[in-house]
Design a protein around this ligand. Structure first.
Ligand SMILES: Cc1cc2nc3c(=O)[nH]c(=O)nc-3n(C[C@H](O)[C@H](O)[C@H](O)COP(=O)(O)OP(=O)(O)OC[C@H]3O[C@@H](n4cnc5c(N)ncnc54)[C@H](O)[C@@H]3O)c2cc1C
Length: 470
């Protein structure tokens, strides 16, 4: 359809010519994320300040043009897809680390900084920013805040929301507001910071964040426990947590993910194992020694046939490298990867593993399970081929059953990837109609013209399933 030339002219006036992309090939680059669907924006704009964004939002409201904020584009749920066309606000040029305040253990950042860069800068200051999505080299803090992203550290240290104490936000109607502040404690009025975090770019555009840092743990040790039955690995997770150990990371890989990694890049993983657990403890060196010894003992009690302790830092790094290889490795099996993150209470992990096995058999799909098992956030991934329509239909049904199983076990549709375009049809199943309606009313109050990131989170009339076939 394209934008009226007068609007393009105004966007160029607000920013400059070089920061407004109009050609088809450039716009096409912003039509994807790491999930499904291709939606071409009419224009891509790179703002450099909150003031510019406020002006763009006022223009968008006046002209009724949809606006979609975008960070690194690594979303697995469709969050940055410009479903209704319009303007993509690419936040990647607002990427400065503004300041690390060592006295108050906080960092001031612009939203386009990558997660990994913030982690590196915190380390240089002897501090630690724990949220660690596996996409950290590409994902941005703005995207992490909007999705409330987690990662392996979530088990002990929590997720992004636990490290944000203040935000600067441009509202959908173009006001610049500040939420929270610089103090760890703050109960002045409604907690708008928490409302914006996890709102998937539908309530406001984050233009600055004040993030909490913590002292860097002085020591860490890791182990791999090998199991002949996947259900035993699930029981061992509960066993470890019940026995007073809180690992910094506790990850699981099933046989299919072990084999995929070994095929892709041999890493010394046991090919005949049904599952492995990777566990790391951190803290004071004496406590770390004691905890890793105890964790190994518990794994053996829960039928681990072998426990391998990483002897030094290099071996520890090797263990985690194997875990990081799962995503690229399974992508070699077939071209289409559907990454789910349904999450269950930790005591229900063995039951969820059994439900996933049944779903795999019922739909005859290549379903791989790995992920942040220590916090119940399993990652069932289905590997398929989007050109095979019959297979994709089975995937759609299997995904719906995964959501249903998680909710029936007292869990949730999404532990960290968000709802986006992928899961709206299932929102009512988890929240009930009154709960969902309350969320709609919040959206309506913030964004009466439904300008900001429309067609996300909330189901459209008649939307009853996940749509993977275009
Ligand atoms: C290989 C791989 C591994 C992954 N591992 C993890 C993991 O371990 N844990 C995890 O939680 N996720 C993971 N993800 C998902 C993804 O990386 C996260 O959701 C991440 O936070 C997205 O950040 P981004 O900068 O790429 O945001 P985008 O994908 O660009 O956008 C995500 C959402 O944020 C909104 N947004 C972006 N910037 C702003 C802003 N400044 N203001 C308001 N809204 C904004 C967008 O509108 C969109 O809704 C993984 C993805 C991949 C591809």
């Amino acid at each position: 359809m394209g934008l009226d030339p007068s609007i393009v002219k105004e966007l160029i006036r607000i920013t400059d010519e070089e920061r407004v992309l109009l050609s088809l090939d450039e716009r096409y680059t912003y039509a994807f994320d790491a999930s499904f669907g291709t939606y071409l924006p009419d224009v891509v704009v790179f703002p450099q300040s909150a003031t510019e964004i406020a002006e763009i939002m006022k223009l968008a409201n006046r002209e009724q043009i949809p606006v979609t904020p975008r960070g690194g584009g690594t979303s697995l749920s469709g969050g940055p897809l410009p479903v209704a066309g319009g303007i993509v606000l690419a936040m990647t040029r607002m990427n400065k680390l503004l300041r690390i305040d060592r006295d108050n253990l906080i960092a001031f950042v612009e939203p386009g900084i990558t997660t990994a860069e913030l982690q590196r800068e915190a380390e240089k200051a002897g501090l630690f920013y724990p949220p660690d999505p596996s996409s950290s080299n590409v994902s941005t803090i703005g995207g992490n805040l909007a999705e409330n992203s987690g990662g392996p550290h979530g088990l002990k240290y929590g997720v992004t929301k636990h490290y944000v104490i203040g935000l600067e936000v441009v509202t959908p109607q173009g006001e610049i507001i500040r939420t929270g502040g610089m103090t760890v404690k703050n109960v002045t009025g409604y907690d708008l910071t928490s409302l914006i975090v996890g709102s998937e770019g539908t309530l406001g555009i984050i233009t600055k964040a004040v993030l909490r840092l913590i002292p860097k743990p002085p020591a860490r040790k890791a182990l791999m426990a090998i199991f002949d039955e996947i259900v035993d690995s699930g029981r061992a997770i509960s066993g470890i947590l019940k026995n007073g150990i809180l690992p910094a990371k506790l990850e699981m890989m099933d046989q299919a993910s072990i084999r995929a990694v070994e095929n892709y890049q041999p890493s010394g993983l046991p090919l005949d194992a049904a599952a492995i657990l990777l566990l790391e403890v951190d803290g004071h060196p004496a406590a770390v020694d004691e905890e890793i010894r105890k964790a190994a003992q518990i794994c053996r009690q829960y039928a681990a046939r072998e426990v391998r302790l990483a002897a030094d830092e290099a071996e520890r790094a090797e263990l985690w490298k194997a875990r990081k290889l799962v995503s690229p490795a399974i992508s070699q099996v077939k071209p289409t990867k559907i990454s789910e993150d349904a999450t269950v209470p930790r005591s229900k992990i063995p039951e969820m593993l059994e439900r996933l096995r049944q779903i795999r058999e019922k739909y005859q799909l290549h379903l791989v399970v790995f992920g942040h098992a220590g916090d119940g956030n399993l990652h069932p991934n289905i590997i398929a081929d989007s050109r095979d329509r019959d297979e994709m239909k089975r995937v759609e049904e299997a995904v719906a059953e995964i959501f249903k199983a998680a909710v029936e076990l007292g869990g949730t549709l999404s532990g960290e990837h968000g709802i986006g375009t992928m899961k709206p049809a299932f929102m009512e199943m988890e929240l009930g109609s009154a709960g969902l309606d309350m969320m709609r009313r919040i959206k309506q109050a913030w964004d009466p013209n439904n300008i900001l990131n429309p067609f996300k989170i909330f189901p459209q009339p008649g939307q009853t399933r996940v749509v993977l076939t275009e």
